[in-house]
Design a protein around this ligand. Structure first.
Ligand code: R2B
Ligand code: URA
Length: 309
């Protein structure tokens, strides 16, 4: 039996997204400020009640491209001569496109940015009474011992010290939230990598940092207080511990979706092998093509899932 047959049982419409905040019940309306949406100003149930997948990626342009790719793939029609609307355009923060049951949203750079977006998107799912949505992050990363263009499905998101939890400071206290990603979803995605794909798709551990330069052991930032030997020692240690890539959102993405009971996956392409350098020097056309790769994989997943409904 294919996983999608099994999966259909699991995706029976059984549970809507829950928020872990009783205060929301006491509010007469909830303004999702950074999405330019609100439970009082919009009929969120009518607008988003049919959502099944939420795909997040760094830039507005990439998410718009992804939305148009999806439109093609799932034959989603909009009136001739019209374009997809950026639903969150008046926030001037994030961009959001809806293609049938798929939301495509840009998350910006880093954990604070994706964290704010997750709070509001999870609340959006709650207000819209969405049933069992699956969240994806499709992004870019630095490879550890992997050439540029490799697709990595994260099996675990860890911080720079290899701990699998997000540390938040709440009311002056440190709170830890486990960063758990869905194992089955990872293997389902991996099974959709095709033998003809001219690049490898692997599953592995992802380190998530709060900085692109010093935080990722780069020597080409404005500041650097470590030596080349120390840099290599750290990156080799990551490799030894099963880390395949480094990026800047997976930890918050995994921890906050898990906290909300939402199934999630992180799929990133590598833009370089960090064991060989720091600078991203490939031509724009090459980088553009590489960035399509995680999109293709997630698209295959969504398409296959929708074709079984
Ligand atoms: C990957 O690329 C960005 C930094 O260039 C960051 O958002 C990430 O995780
Ligand atoms: N994104 C990152 O966070 N790091 C890289 O090296 C490349 C992309």
């Amino acid at each position: 039996m294919s996983f999608f047959q099994e999966e259909n049982d699991e995706y029976e419409d059984v549970s809507t997204v829950m928020v872990r905040n009783s205060h929301l019940d006491l509010m007469d309306q909830d303004i999702l400020y950074h999405l330019a949406l609100g439970s009082g100003s919009h009929d969120l149930r009518a607008m988003f009640g049919d959502v099944k997948f939420v795909c997040m990626g760094g830039t507005p342009k990439r998410m718009e491209q992804f939305a148009y790719r999806l439109m093609e793939e799932i034959s989603y029609k909009i009136p001739t001569g019209t374009t997809l609307q950026d639903i969150s355009r008046y926030s001037y923060r994030y961009s959001m496109y809806k293609v049938g049951p798929v939301l495509c949203i840009s998350h910006g750079m880093g954990m604070p940015s994706v964290g704010i977006l997750l709070h509001e998107t999870i609340k959006l799912m709650f207000h819209a009474k969405v049933v069992d949505p699956v969240f994806f992050r499709i992004g870019t990363s630095g490879g550890i011992g992997l050439e540029g263009g490799t697709v990595i499905i994260s099996d675990e998101a860890v911080d720079g010290t290899l701990q699998p939890h997000l540390e938040l400071q709440i009311l002056g206290k440190t709170v830890k939230r486990s960063s758990v990603l869905d194992k089955k979803l990872q293997w389902e995605l991996k099974s959709l990598a095709e033998p003809d794909d001219p690049y490898p798709t692997v599953i592995g551990k992802t380190v998530c940092t709060s900085d692109f330069y010093e935080g990722q052991g780069r020597m080409d930032g404005a500041f650097c207080d470590f030596t080349e030997e120390e840099r290599m020692e750290y990156l080799e240690k990551l490799k030894f511990n099963g880390v395949r890539n480094i990026e800047m959102e997976s930890l918050a993405f995994a921890a906050l979706t898990h906290h909300a009971g939402i199934k999630a996956a992180v799929v990133c392409v590598t833009l370089l092998d960090r064991l060989k350098g720091d600078q991203i020097h490939y031509p724009k056309e090459v980088l553009d093509e590489w960035q399509q790769r995680p999109q293709k994989l997630v698209c295959r997943y969504i398409k296959k899932y929708l074709s079984k409904r």
